[in-house]
Every structure is written in structure tokens, then in C-alpha cells.
Write a protein that binds this ligand. Structure first.
Ligand code: NAD
Length: 502
């Protein structure tokens, strides 16, 4: 399935140790590639290459328009190879080919396009006008941070690589990317597109390998100026600690346990489809999944009946088949975690409404143990299955009696990443949205993310925002330049304070 090497300073190479690790197709358990296993020394080399490219290379010195053209070239190359990349993405990560073709690959290409627009249109220098001491005036410059490291998870490997590389290089930074060990292959394809677009050596570097060594090095290396991390809250805390040694800029996109609120005046057909989509898309392996459905007691029985009936119709199968809605989970460890939480839910007294086991009737050739049925519990919000991120196909349905109570339950979480409100009354829905302590709220929809609008978390779901001009500016320093053209300073207080000496 192509090269699986590191990319440092414009050169594909094995890890210095020569070590590799295998990557498997989750649906069959078949090994699909050996991937270079980067160690600390490889990460250090990559950071040094990125440093050199930033300090001495042309990239940060090019105009935004010139950089934008290169980013658009990357997008065009990705779009031109979309079928091939989608296949690599789906095989390696276990997501459906449908998801790869309609979300991951075009989403990554449009991310490069959106940040090309930022590079071209967002001003680098803003005249802020006269100061209180005219003719002195203020000018604010936006400048790249320098070397950025991007560390990403396995659930949307190609898209997340784009979310890290796109804004970093659009703003004139250089970058070292580390994908998750389960899913290295599509990041290699993205870097090939960068190489083909003739982006100078050292601007984008790729390190594949374990988080505990190569990843830690990227989070703490003194030559790194900014760390952008997407992954679990637990590792996010560790990243903050590591980055604090040299007080790096840190942005974190972490876990979630988002509430999808169904009000009594919702279009129930639409809301039932939205709640199932909101949880079971990609088997719940989505950070902003609506894994807690809060349902008005006025419509509770009817609505829960609809959920259970429709959950049974979700098509589980070969993830490379366009007809499959769900494929396997990313790895046996993720199936184990799901099983552990389902058992915990039963022990806690949650009522299992459907699922709760692996499927038994999958086509021959698929590894049945890698799959899990969409599972719905009636739960209490205080239960661990309603508080902790499972990252598997498990939905907790929780009844409520008033809008205020729904908000209380929604906000009773350490997380605040996504959320939904289903109602025909937009004023009521927006008032709920305003009270939810979370970075994204979808009104009568779910999971819709666009590269031009901000995405990120409240509370322990993260720090900072990705995407859009908000995300772009997370990759730019702010510099205040004070300019004074006055020759007579006699009226100036600060000069007067030392007037005898100047
Ligand atoms: P993870 O935290 O285990 O790993 C994420 C990345 O960090 C991987 O590349 C891993 O190799 C690396 N890593 C692990 N330990 C490290 C360390 N000590 N130092 C540096 N790097 C280290 O997460 P995962 O299992 O790959 O992904 C699932 C998690 O990601 C879930 O919690 C999910 O909610 C979260 N996620 C969040 C978002 C978001 O935008 N908020 C998006 C996708 C996934």
C-alpha cells in the first residue's frame, strides 16, 4: 500500500533505528503495511528540519497569496486522487468507504482551500490608528509562531492531518505531524501531495510512531513554538505539562460526551434520524458524538421506540462496501473498551434497550470480533456510562421534564465539545443553545463541521479553536508596533519624567 516511511526535510527515510510496526485492516485483521517506527531521535531531526526551514527558508517570507497558491495545489492533488486516498483511509482505519469518500477526503481538500483563502485575505498588518499621544500610532502585525507540531488521533486521520498542516503552513509556519499509530497511511498520502505541490523541504515533516516517545518529543522539544493536539483529554493534560517547560502556545481538541436534546415540539422523524446519526456515525468514534440523548418525557416512549426500531436497521458490514453504514471499530482494544462500558452500564442499573453485543451474522471473511452492535441504554446522567467517553457505539437516553432540567443535565459533564437541540421553535432552540456550555451546538442537525467556521471545546474538551479565521489566528502571533513621528516630545509625560537626562 505504498511507502510507509518518515518524511524529514523533504526526504523519505526509515526510522534511524530501522524499526517498523505493522498496521492492520480492522475489518479482516489482515496486515496491510509495515510503518517506520520513529523514536525520539527522528522527532528531533524533524523538529530541527522544521526549524531550519522556518528560520532560513523561503516559506515564512513568501506572501500569503503565494502560499495560498501552494495550498490550493495540495487541495487539487488530493481531489485528483480522492478515490485512491479514500480507499487507503477506509482500509487502514476501519471507517466506511462512504465516510472516506464523502467526508474525510473532500473535507481535507476543502480545509486546504479554506486556509488558502485565509492566507490570501486575512490581513497581516492592521493600522489601529492614533494613540492617546498623537501623532504616535499603533500597528498590529500577525506573524507565524515558527515551528508547530501537530499530533492527531486515529478516528479521522486524513482530515485531522489537514486540520493541523493546513492552517499551520497557510500562516507561514513549518510543521511536524505525528499521526496515531493505528492509522499512519493516509497522512503519508497527504505529505506526498505537499511534496508534489512543491512546498519547500522542511516545511512539512512527518513522523510515524508511538505517542509515548516520538509524540512526547514533539510536545516538549525546545525548538517547537506551538503544539496542536487532537486526542483524549488524558493525553491532552500530559501535552500541556510537557509544553509548559518552554511555555509553548498550546491548542487542544479533546474528548466529549455531548448532549443531543430532543424537545417535545421536535419533528420526531427527523430527530430520531438525527440522534442515531449523531451517535452511531463512525461507531461513535467521533469526539463530538451526541452520546447522551436527552428526551422530553412528553414524547419519551414514542421517541425511544422509534430509536430502537431504527437502530436495528443500520447496515453493519464490510466497511469497503458502499452499502455499509457501519464497519468495524478501529482496533480490538476499542471493542474491549466498549464491552467493558456495556457491562459497567448493566452493573450500574442502566436499562439495555438494544444491542449490547457483537453481531453474529456478518458475511464470511470479516472479523466479527472487530464489530459491535449499535447499543442504546436508558440511563441516569450520574452513571459512568453517561459521564465518561466510551468512543464506541453506545447511546445513553435520558428523560427530562423541563427545558431548564435539560440544560442542567446537558451541562452536568466535565466536557463541552458538541451538542444538539431538536425543536420546531427556533427561538426556543436558540435559547437552549445559548445556555449549553459547549463549543458547537447544532439546531435540528448534527456533526456538520465546515472548514470556515470555528470548532473546539469548552471545559475539559479543549483550549483554542480550529478552522476558519479563528483557527487560522491560533497559528499567528500578535505583535504591537508603536510608531512615533513627533520630533518635539516636550508634552510627553514619559519623556518628561526623565527630562533632566535627555
Ligand atoms: P490519544 O489521546 O490516545 O492519542 C492521540 C495522539 O496522541 C496519537 O497520535 C498518539 O500517538 C499521541 N500520544 C499518545 N500519548 C502521547 C504522549 N504521551 N505524548 C504525545 N503524544 C501522545 O487519542 P486516540 O485514542 O488516538 O483518539 C481518540 C480520542 O481523541 C478521543 O478522546 C476523542 O474524543 C479525541 N478526539 C478529539 C477530537 C476533537 O477535535 N476534539 C477529534 C478527534 C478525536
Amino acid at each position: 500500500m505504498g511507502d510507509a516511511q518518515l518524511f524529514i526535510d523533504g526526504v523519505w527515510a526509515d526510522a534511524q533505528s530501522g524499526e517498523t510496526f505493522p498496521t492492520y485492516a480492522p475489518s479482516t485483521g489482515e496486515k496491510i503495511a509495515d510503518v517506520a517506527k520513529a523514536g525520539r531521535e527522528d522527532a528531533q531531526r524533524a523538529v530541527q528540519a522544521a526549524r531550519k526551514a522556518f528560520d532560513d527558508g523561503p516559506w515564512p517570507r513568501m506572501s500569503g497569496k503565494e502560499r495560498a497558491e501552494k495550498l490550493r495545489a495540495v487541495a487539487a492533488i488530493i481531489n485528483g486522487r480522492s478515490a485512491e486516498i479514500a480507499e487507503i483511509e477506509a482500509r487502514d482505519g476501519g471507517g466506511t468507504i462512504k465516510k472516506a469518500m464523502f467526508a474525510d477526503v473532500p473535507g481535507a481538500a476543502s480545509t486546504f482551500e479554506a486556509f488558502a483563502n485565509c492566507a490570501e485575505n486575512e490581513p497581516d498588518v492592521v493600522d489601529r490608528g492614533e494613540s492617546p499621544f498623537p501623532p504616535a500610532k499603533s500597528i498590529v502585525r500577525r506573524e507565524p509562531f515558527g515551528v508547530c507540531s501537530g499530533i492527531v488521533p486515529w478516528n479521522f486521520p486524513f482530515l485531522m492531518a489537514g486540520w493541523k498542516i493546513g492552517p499551520a503552513i497557510a500562516a507561514g509556519n513549518t510543521v511536524v505531524l505525528k499521526p496515531a499509530s493505528f492509522t499512519s497511511l493516509s497522512a503519508i498520502e497527504m505529505v506526498k501531495a505537499v511534496q508534489e505541490a512543491d512546498i519547500p523541504p522542511g516545511v512539512v515533516n512527518l513522523i510515524t510512531g508511538p505517542g509515548g516517545s516520538a509524540g512526547e518529543e514533539l510536545a516538549q522539544h525546545p525548538l517547537v513554538d506551538k503544539v496542536a493536539f487532537t486526542g483524549s483529554t488524558e493525553v491532552g493534560r500530559r501535552i500541556m505539562q510537557l509544553a509548559s517547560g518552554t511555555v509553548k502556545k498550546v491548542t487542544l481538541e479533546l474528548g466529549g460526551k455531548s448532549a443531543n436534546i430532543v424537545l417535545d415540539d421536535a419533528d420526531l422523524d427527523l430527530a430520531a434520524a438525527g440522534v442515531l446519526w449523531g451517535t452511531f456515525f463512525h461507531n461513535g468514534q467521533v469526539c463530538e458524538s451526541g452520546t447522551r440523548a436527552l428526551v422530553s418525557r412528553k414524547i419519551y416512549d414514542e421517541f425511544v421506540g422509534m430509536l430502537v426500531e431504527r437502530a436495528g436497521k443500520i447496515v453493519i458490514g464490510d466497511n469497503m462496501d458502499m452499502n455499509s453504514d457501519l464497519g468495524p471499530l478501529v482496533a480490538p482494544s476499542q471493542v474491549d473498551t466498549t464491552e467493558r462500558y456495556v457491562k459497567l452500564g448493566l452493573d450500574e442499573g442502566a436499562k439495555l434497550l438494544c444491542g449490547g453485543s457483537k453481531p453474529t451474522n456478518l458475511p464470511a471473511g470479516l472479523d466479527q470480533s472487530a464489530y459491535y452492535l449499535p447499543t442504546i441504554f436508558e440511563a441516569d446522567n450520574s452513571m459512568k456510562i453517561a459521564q465518561e467517553e466510551i468512543f464506541g457505539p453506545v447511546l445513553c437516553v435520558i428523560p427530562f421534564d423541563s427545558d431548564d432540567e435539560a440544560i442542567k443535565i446537558a451541562n452536568d459533564s466535565i466536557y463541552g465539545l458538541g451538542g444538539g437541540v431538536w425543536s420546531k421553535n427556533l427561538d426556543r432552540a436558540h435559547s437552549m443553545a445559548a445556555s449549553m456550555r459547549t463549543g458547537t451546538v447544532w439546531v435540528n442537525d448534527y456533526h456538520m463541521i465546515t472548514p470556515t467556521q470555528p470548532f473546539g471545546g469548552y471545559k475539559q474538551s479543549g483550549i483554542g479553536r480550529e478552522l476558519g479565521d479563528y483557527g487560522y489566528n491560533e497559528y499567528r502571533q500578535i505583535k504591537h508596533v508603536w510608531q512615533n513621528t513627533a520630533t518635539d516630545r516636550s508634552g510627553y509625560l514619559h519623556f518628561a519624567a526623565l527630562s533632566g537626562n535627555i
